[in-house]
Design a protein around this ligand. Structure first.
Ligand code: PNS
Length: 161
Protein backbone atom coordinates (compact mmCIF):
# COMPACT_ATOMS: atom_id res chain seq x y z
CA UNK A 1 0.00 0.00 0.00
CA UNK A 2 1.58 3.31 -1.03
CA UNK A 3 0.51 6.64 0.38
CA UNK A 4 1.70 10.12 -0.56
CA UNK A 5 0.99 13.56 0.82
CA UNK A 6 -0.15 16.44 -1.40
CA UNK A 7 0.14 19.67 0.60
CA UNK A 8 -1.11 23.15 -0.22
CA UNK A 9 -3.14 26.13 0.85
CA UNK A 10 -6.06 25.51 -1.51
CA UNK A 11 -7.59 28.97 -1.18
CA UNK A 12 -9.51 27.78 -3.17
CA UNK A 13 -8.89 24.37 -4.72
CA UNK A 14 -8.72 24.58 -8.53
CA UNK A 15 -9.05 22.03 -11.33
CA UNK A 16 -5.23 22.18 -11.48
CA UNK A 17 -5.01 20.79 -7.93
CA UNK A 18 -7.52 18.05 -8.76
CA UNK A 19 -5.48 17.17 -11.85
CA UNK A 20 -2.41 16.61 -9.66
CA UNK A 21 -4.40 14.49 -7.20
CA UNK A 22 -5.77 12.35 -10.05
CA UNK A 23 -2.31 11.98 -11.61
CA UNK A 24 -0.90 10.87 -8.26
CA UNK A 25 -3.78 8.41 -7.76
CA UNK A 26 -2.84 6.72 -11.04
CA UNK A 27 0.53 5.88 -9.47
CA UNK A 28 -0.19 5.25 -5.78
CA UNK A 29 -3.01 3.82 -3.65
CA UNK A 30 -3.65 6.73 -1.33
CA UNK A 31 -3.28 10.50 -1.49
CA UNK A 32 -3.56 12.48 1.73
CA UNK A 33 -4.32 16.12 0.93
CA UNK A 34 -2.70 18.32 3.60
CA UNK A 35 -4.38 21.69 3.94
CA UNK A 36 -2.09 24.31 5.47
CA UNK A 37 -4.12 26.10 8.11
CA UNK A 38 -1.50 28.61 9.24
CA UNK A 39 -3.47 31.67 10.36
CA UNK A 40 -0.61 34.09 9.66
CA UNK A 41 -1.79 34.98 6.16
CA UNK A 42 -5.22 36.31 5.34
CA UNK A 43 -7.25 33.93 3.21
CA UNK A 44 -10.52 34.23 1.31
CA UNK A 45 -11.74 30.97 2.86
CA UNK A 46 -11.27 29.72 6.40
CA UNK A 47 -9.30 26.55 7.08
CA UNK A 48 -12.57 24.72 7.85
CA UNK A 49 -14.11 25.86 4.56
CA UNK A 50 -11.06 24.84 2.54
CA UNK A 51 -11.01 21.39 4.16
CA UNK A 52 -14.78 20.94 3.71
CA UNK A 53 -14.65 21.88 0.02
CA UNK A 54 -11.68 19.59 -0.62
CA UNK A 55 -13.55 16.70 1.01
CA UNK A 56 -16.56 17.45 -1.16
CA UNK A 57 -14.67 17.64 -4.46
CA UNK A 58 -12.60 14.51 -3.76
CA UNK A 59 -15.48 12.43 -2.36
CA UNK A 60 -15.66 10.38 -5.58
CA UNK A 61 -11.94 9.67 -5.67
CA UNK A 62 -11.18 6.43 -3.80
CA UNK A 63 -8.02 6.62 -1.70
CA UNK A 64 -8.14 10.37 -1.07
CA UNK A 65 -8.35 11.82 2.44
CA UNK A 66 -8.07 15.42 3.58
CA UNK A 67 -6.41 16.71 6.76
CA UNK A 68 -5.55 20.16 8.09
CA UNK A 69 -2.06 20.86 9.41
CA UNK A 70 -0.23 23.78 10.95
CA UNK A 71 3.27 22.55 11.74
CA UNK A 72 6.09 21.18 9.63
CA UNK A 73 5.11 19.29 6.52
CA UNK A 74 7.66 16.62 7.35
CA UNK A 75 5.96 16.00 10.70
CA UNK A 76 2.65 15.49 8.93
CA UNK A 77 4.37 13.01 6.58
CA UNK A 78 5.57 10.96 9.53
CA UNK A 79 2.19 11.21 11.27
CA UNK A 80 0.34 10.09 8.12
CA UNK A 81 2.86 7.40 7.16
CA UNK A 82 3.36 9.07 3.77
CA UNK A 83 6.13 7.58 1.64
CA UNK A 84 6.61 10.83 -0.28
CA UNK A 85 5.39 14.38 -0.82
CA UNK A 86 3.74 15.17 -4.16
CA UNK A 87 3.94 18.62 -5.73
CA UNK A 88 2.47 19.77 -9.02
CA UNK A 89 4.74 21.60 -11.46
CA UNK A 90 3.19 24.10 -13.85
CA UNK A 91 6.42 25.61 -15.10
CA UNK A 92 10.14 25.92 -14.45
CA UNK A 93 9.32 28.76 -12.04
CA UNK A 94 7.48 26.22 -9.85
CA UNK A 95 10.49 23.92 -10.05
CA UNK A 96 12.87 26.67 -8.93
CA UNK A 97 10.55 27.51 -6.03
CA UNK A 98 9.92 23.91 -5.01
CA UNK A 99 13.40 22.40 -5.30
CA UNK A 100 14.91 24.02 -2.17
CA UNK A 101 11.83 22.98 -0.19
CA UNK A 102 12.16 19.42 -1.48
CA UNK A 103 15.81 19.36 -0.36
CA UNK A 104 14.93 20.91 3.01
CA UNK A 105 12.19 18.33 3.63
CA UNK A 106 14.57 15.52 2.61
CA UNK A 107 17.25 16.92 4.96
CA UNK A 108 14.75 16.99 7.86
CA UNK A 109 13.40 13.43 7.71
CA UNK A 110 14.60 11.85 4.47
CA UNK A 111 11.18 12.21 2.85
CA UNK A 112 11.46 12.61 -0.93
CA UNK A 113 9.33 14.86 -3.13
CA UNK A 114 7.77 13.59 -6.35
CA UNK A 115 7.03 16.26 -8.95
CA UNK A 116 4.00 15.79 -11.16
CA UNK A 117 3.65 18.02 -14.22
CA UNK A 118 0.18 19.50 -14.44
CA UNK A 119 -1.81 19.08 -17.65
CA UNK A 120 -0.74 21.77 -20.14
CA UNK A 121 -4.34 22.94 -20.47
CA UNK A 122 -4.33 23.82 -16.74
CA UNK A 123 -0.74 24.99 -16.38
CA UNK A 124 -1.63 28.70 -16.18
CA UNK A 125 -3.95 28.21 -13.21
CA UNK A 126 -3.32 29.36 -9.66
CA UNK A 127 -5.64 30.03 -6.75
CA UNK A 128 -4.41 33.64 -6.62
CA UNK A 129 -5.16 34.32 -10.28
CA UNK A 130 -8.56 32.66 -10.02
CA UNK A 131 -9.43 34.91 -7.04
CA UNK A 132 -8.19 38.03 -8.79
CA UNK A 133 -10.05 37.32 -12.03
CA UNK A 134 -13.26 36.30 -10.22
CA UNK A 135 -13.13 39.40 -8.00
CA UNK A 136 -13.00 41.56 -11.14
CA UNK A 137 -16.00 39.81 -12.70
CA UNK A 138 -14.10 37.39 -14.96
CA UNK A 139 -15.45 33.94 -15.77
CA UNK A 140 -13.54 31.21 -13.92
CA UNK A 141 -16.17 28.52 -14.38
CA UNK A 142 -13.82 26.30 -16.42
CA UNK A 143 -11.05 26.61 -13.83
CA UNK A 144 -12.62 25.49 -10.56
CA UNK A 145 -15.10 22.79 -9.50
CA UNK A 146 -18.76 23.94 -9.49
CA UNK A 147 -18.95 23.94 -5.71
CA UNK A 148 -15.94 26.26 -5.57
CA UNK A 149 -17.44 28.58 -8.17
CA UNK A 150 -20.62 28.88 -6.07
CA UNK A 151 -18.68 29.59 -2.87
CA UNK A 152 -16.33 31.99 -4.61
CA UNK A 153 -19.20 33.98 -6.08
CA UNK A 154 -20.97 34.10 -2.70
CA UNK A 155 -17.86 35.08 -0.74
CA UNK A 156 -16.84 37.81 -3.18
CA UNK A 157 -20.38 39.20 -3.11
CA UNK A 158 -20.29 39.25 0.72
CA UNK A 159 -16.96 41.07 0.65
CA UNK A 160 -18.23 43.63 -1.86
CA UNK A 161 -21.17 44.58 0.37
O1 PNS B 1 -0.34 26.01 -1.93
P1 PNS B 1 0.92 26.58 -1.32
O2 PNS B 1 0.62 27.93 -0.68
O3 PNS B 1 2.07 26.63 -2.28
O4 PNS B 1 1.31 25.58 -0.13
C1 PNS B 1 2.40 25.87 0.69
C2 PNS B 1 2.67 24.75 1.72
C3 PNS B 1 1.49 24.62 2.68
C4 PNS B 1 2.87 23.42 0.99
C5 PNS B 1 3.97 25.15 2.44
O5 PNS B 1 3.82 26.44 2.95
C6 PNS B 1 4.39 24.20 3.55
O6 PNS B 1 4.96 23.17 3.27
N1 PNS B 1 4.09 24.60 4.81
C7 PNS B 1 4.40 23.81 5.97
C8 PNS B 1 5.51 24.43 6.81
C9 PNS B 1 6.85 23.80 6.45
O7 PNS B 1 7.06 22.60 6.56
N2 PNS B 1 7.76 24.65 5.97
C10 PNS B 1 9.05 24.24 5.50
C11 PNS B 1 8.99 23.88 4.04
S1 PNS B 1 10.56 23.38 3.41
Amino acid sequence: MSRVLFPGTFDPVTLGHLDVIESALALVDEVVVGVGVNAAKSRLFTAEERIEVLREVTADLPGVSVVGFSGLLTELCVEQGAAAIVKGLRSSADFDYELPMAHMNAALTGVRTLFVPTSPRLSFLSSSLVKEVASLGGDVSTMVPDVVLARLTARLAERAR
